[in-house]
Design a protein around this ligand. Structure first.
Ligand SMILES: *Cc1c(COP(=O)(O)O)cnc(C)c1O
Length: 251
């Protein structure tokens, strides 16, 4: 599917205050259509709004249009926003690379972590998860396609990491996540997603109680839904292009 960045940009530049709501509605229709097209159960694909680098006002607007799950990648930024959004029912997902010395604020401030890729990080998250909170929902990040990011465990390391994480008392292992290298071709987009689903199914056959496959972003969500995604992580498609240091220079 082609997301038209031009349209997003135009809408943002026009300062149209309903644009996030309109885009959310469009995306929900796209997801429902993909569920039908690929024989997925209606409502089985959940939308995670990736709000990294986006201002609190944009998150509030998405919230006002019924979006409840938000994903952040940078801890300091996330903590500042979470403090300002404490009055909302937002469910926070951490989706960025994890430094072992930063696990405490992830364990305390998030409901889900998508990017667990080593045992030491998992052990720290479990130890640091505050008593009064539910166990932290955890996904293991797989590195399936020799991805641009160095994060993620290779497929052959997934079973051992799953076994270790499943033992940890304050974590709840829910499934797998991946971030394949960007690619424009639908059939080729499906390949890493299919591999991740096969890994997921193999774990389920071994008896793990998993229900979540986090895969698919603004550029490849249909391929991910075709291959079994239960969470798609969309940023640009909802909020428009992320403000970057470069794009701020000219203002
Ligand atoms: C930024 C990010 C996304 C969203 O990317 P878009 O292309 O803006 O939809 C999804 N997942 C992860 C892990 C990200 O870091």
């Amino acid at each position: 599917m082609q997301i038209s960045i031009d349209n997003v940009q135009r809408t943002l530049m026009a300062g149209n205050s309903t644009s996030i709501g309109q885009r959310l509605a469009e995306i929900r229709r796209d997801i429902a259509a993909a569920e039908r097209r690929f024989g997925r159960q209606p409502g089985s694909v959940h939308l995670l709004a990736v709000s990294k680098t986006q201002p609190v006002a944009a998150i509030r607007e998405a919230c006002a249009h019924g979006q409840q799950a938000f994903g952040e990648s940078y801890l300091q930024e996330a903590a500042a926003k979470q403090a300002q959004l404490a009055d909302t029912p937002i469910e926070w997902h951490f989706i960025g690379p994890i430094q072992a010395n930063k696990t405490k604020s992830i364990a305390a401030g998030f409901d889900w972590v998508h990017s667990v890729d080593r045992r030491r990080v998992a052990e720290r998250l479990s130890r640091q998860r505050p008593e009064q909170l539910q166990p932290l929902n955890v996904l293991l990040q797989g590195n399936i396609s020799g991805e641009t990011s160095k994060s993620g465990v290779t497929p052959d390391e997934v079973p051992a990491l799953a076994a270790a994480v499943a033992e940890l008392p304050r974590l709840r292992l829910r499934g797998l996540m991946c971030i394949p290298a960007p690619c424009d071709d639908f059939e080729r987009q499906r390949i890493p997603f299919r591999r991740l689903r096969e890994l997921f199914e193999a774990l389920r056959e071994q008896g793990y109680d998993l229900d979540t496959l986090s895969m698919g972003m603004s550029g490849d969500l249909e391929a991910a839904i075709a291959e079994g995604a239960t969470i798609v992580r969309l940023g640009t498609a909802i909020f428009g292009p992320r403000p970057s240091p470069d794009s701020n220079k000219g203002r």
